[in-house]
Design a protein around this ligand. Structure first.
Ligand code: ZN
Length: 281
């Protein structure tokens, strides 16, 4: 999809089921058909999509939230499935072509794909030439959480592999509330879901798009505030979400969702009951 001069694509890792112990498994595709008519879909996070974003400007290739890194590790029994690298291949890109990686936050379903374990069992960056951006508050919060027992399914931090990238100074810590790693791309600190959570705004030739991370993880969450169990500060989430959606509506922005099962993107609008809806694309 074009946003002004930017080409934006969702690199789907697939559909996953999230179990109570916090682990993920790829979902049987047939289960998705059963879910279609399920009135509770969206209320529960047990079935989710994982859709990293690829933004191509004239000079740079950017990935937002590289996902689980499914099947990338040596020895993984999922090596023959589609994953972020095979998805890049569809667009004739290799991991070496990625210049910038932005992490909305460090929960492992968003960030684990930044690295992989090679055949000789060393941890390597998935995108060897990229600069990785994350907010400093997110890093500090993640560090404070590693000794805590993880009570939130799917909302865990697994920092072992990230430490190495930090030690190699590959991670750039954003200090600002609003930061621009490259012209036309802004990170906006929202907090809420986690204290250092970011959303990403794209603007080119007056066309605007947002990647909302876990502030609005699916189309369902446009009109529902059902993230109380997984947000560290639900009130801040609601505040940031209300302001950003209002702004996005004014800008006729396209919204991209990371965890949707069905509707993964669309232009934000409102119906006659003032409910948010998505128009094509
Ligand atoms: Zn999260």
């Amino acid at each position: 999809m074009q946003i002004g001069e930017f080409t934006v694509e969702q690199l789907s890792e697939g559909f996953f089921e999230l179990f109570e112990d916090g682990t993920f498994q790829k979902m049987e595709p047939s289960r998705l058909d059963n879910l279609k008519d399920d009135p509770n879909i969206g209320k529960f996070t047990s079935a989710i999509g994982i859709d990293p974003l690829l933004i191509q400007t004239k000079e740079k290739n950017i990935i937002v939230d590289p996902g689980l890194g499914w099947g990338l590790d040596a020895g993984s029994s999922y090596r023959n499935t589609s994953n972020i690298v095979t998805n890049l291949d569809i667009f004739e890109l290799t991991p070496e072509d990625i210049d910038i990686v932005i992490l909305t936050h460090l929960h492992f379903d968003h960030a684990a794909g930044i690295s992989y374990v090679s055949d000789d069992l060393s941890t390597l960056p998935t995108f060897p030439n990229a600069r990785y951006f994350v907010h400093r508050e997110e890093w500090e919060y993640a560090l404070s959480q590693i000794d805590q027992e993880n009570k939130l399914p799917g909302a865990g931090y697994k920092l072992d592999e990230i430490y190495k990238l930090v030690a190699e100074k590959r991670l750039h810590f954003i200090e600002e509330e609003i930061f621009s790693p490259i012209e036309g791309i802004l990170t906006i600190k929202t907090g809420g879901h986690t204290p250092g959570h970011l959303v990403v705004k794209m603007k080119s030739n007056e066309e605007v798009a947002y990647f909302m991370g876990d502030l609005v993880p699916t189309e369902y969450h446009l009109n529902h505030y059902s993230m109380k169990q997984v947000d560290t500060d639900a009130i801040q989430s609601k505040k940031a979400k209300t302001l950003l959606l209002r702004q996005a509506l004014k800008e006729n922005a396209v919204m991209f969702f990371y965890h949707s099962l069905f509707r993964k993107s669309g232009q934000l609008s409102r119906d006659q009951h003032k409910k948010y809806i998505l128009l094509n694309p």
